[in-house]
Design a protein around this ligand. Structure first.
Ligand SMILES: Nc1ncnc2c1ncn2[C@@H]1O[C@H](COP(=O)(O)OP(=O)(O)O)[C@@H](O)[C@H]1O
Ligand SMILES: [Mg+2]
Length: 381
């Protein structure tokens, strides 16, 4: 008999988890998502939905009562509430792991205690702390909100002493930390999985290109030397070994100008930079996550095809219903998330562009340039 899977969050990640879970009927009999948006993306592909806020305690209790196993697509869940329903349903990754990861200061403290390289950082409680910290790290440095940050919105780059007060005031009422600026030549990530029995697998290193602090493109594999990709994979394995939580994790890293790898942050969930696995790999990150939390043997992480993932974002100057996209080209896999309304830079879908045998990344990048024009989001007339 399959288990009932509960997912907190039914956006695109919950949607793709649902689609994978539906292909495993011998293991999962039903999927229920908790999401505030009526008919959310996951509900559109067959998940039952509890319509409620992610932090609604009663709704989380209801989800736990109805589910055998709970996971999440967002890291901002209330870990204490999750902890309190652990007797009703198994939760993976565990509330303890979530609690540590969702606070960037606790996360980096944990990593550095385990000898895993991160940028230098300190906790900031006062303007005086900030001034002391900047004396140590120099300019620029990054002042960061410890919690609930995404798409760069929780970061303030402090460029010179004149910025100190402004930077400090920007985060009024929030817990913050200061980080030394890392001069990097590339942002990369590893999608890593650990199942409930401790088996660990890591997908090959990928390269991430951001625009307006939002992931725009992922190139799989990353254009780095074997030494660098081996080092990154080794660090990712070390992270998974000390983390202990079960599931798929997105580990964001920098390749510094002197070819060192340092960890930027860890997401305790499937990750946008892993969407290429839907076509590039035998096991997608979504199937892998389900295998991991169910304690099944993890699937192959081999990269079968060079692939570029391109995010389809809402146009900057437009909000409203939009014209459906259509692309029918060989080796192009368009995935739209079923969101009715476009908002500036909202993630509406992605496409995977898969290389032919022996086709170079450069060629693929060329092809993508032509495709980008077909992904502009236009108002529905
Ligand atoms: N210490 C750092 N040095 C240089 N750039 C950084 C540093 N920390 C973050 N960044 C840049 O800011 C982006 C967003 O930072 P991140 O901490 O990942 O925030 P978010 O939680 O919003 O994703 C990163 O992808 C990277 O480009
Ligand atoms: Mg980030």
């Amino acid at each position: 008999m399959g288990k009932i899977l509960g997912i907190i969050g039914g956006g695109q990640l919950g949607m793709m988890l649902t689609e994978s879970a539906k292909k495993m009927p011998e293991h999962i009999s039903k999927i229920i998502v908790l999401d505030p948006t009526e008919n959310c993306p996951a509900a559109q592909v067959g998940a039952e939905q509890i319509v409620a806020d992610f932090k609604d305690e009663k709704a989380i209790q209801e989800l736990a009562e109805k589910s055998d196993i709970i996971t999440y697509e967002i890291e901002s869940g209330d870990s204490d509430v999750l902890k309190s329903v652990e007797s009703k349903a198994e939760i993976n990754p565990s509330p303890e792991t979530l609690k540590m990861i969702q606070d960037k200061f606790l996360q980096k403290t944990f990593l550095s205690e385990n000898k895993i390289p991160t940028p230098e950082f300190i906790k900031i409680g006062s303007l005086d702390d900030l001034q002391q910290g900047l004396k140590k790290f120099g300019y620029p440095s990054l002042l960061k909100a410890r919690r609930d940050a995404y798409d760069g919105r929780g970061n303030f780059k402090v460029d010179s002493p004149e910025d100190n007060q402004k930077a400090f005031d920007y985060f009024k009422g929030q817990n913050i930390m200061l980080e030394k600026f890392v001069p990097f030549k590339m942002e990369v990530s590893v999608i890593a999985a650990r199942n409930t029995k401790g088996q660990i697998k890591t997908y090959p290193l990928v390269e991430n290109i951001h625009e307006h602090n939002i992931l725009r493109e992922t190139i799989a594999p990353a254009r780095v030397s074997k030494e660098i990709s081996d080092k990154a994979e080794e660090i990712a394995k070390d992270v998974m070994t000390v983390l202990k939580g079960a599931g798929v994790f997105g580990i964001e890293m920098f390749v510094t100008t002197d070819d060192q790898i340092v960890i930027n942050e860890i997401a305790p969930r499937v990750h946008n930079s892993g969407h290429h696995t839907l076509q590039s790999s035998e096991t997608s990150q979504f199937e892998q996550h389900i295998r991991a939390i169910l304690g099944l043997e993890l699937g192959s992480v081999k990269l079968l095809h060079t692939t570029i993932m391109y995010n389809i974002l809402g146009s900057k100057d437009f909000q409203g219903e939009y014209h459906p996209l259509e692309i029918s080209e060989k080796n192009v896999f368009l995935k739209m998330y079923g969101k009715k309304i476009s908002k500036p830079l909202r993630k509406l879908g992605h496409l995977n562009l898969v290389a032919n045998q022996e086709e170079s990344i450069e060629n693929l990048i060329q092809k993508l340039t032509g495709l980008k024009e077909k992904t502009h989001i236009l108002a529905l007339k």
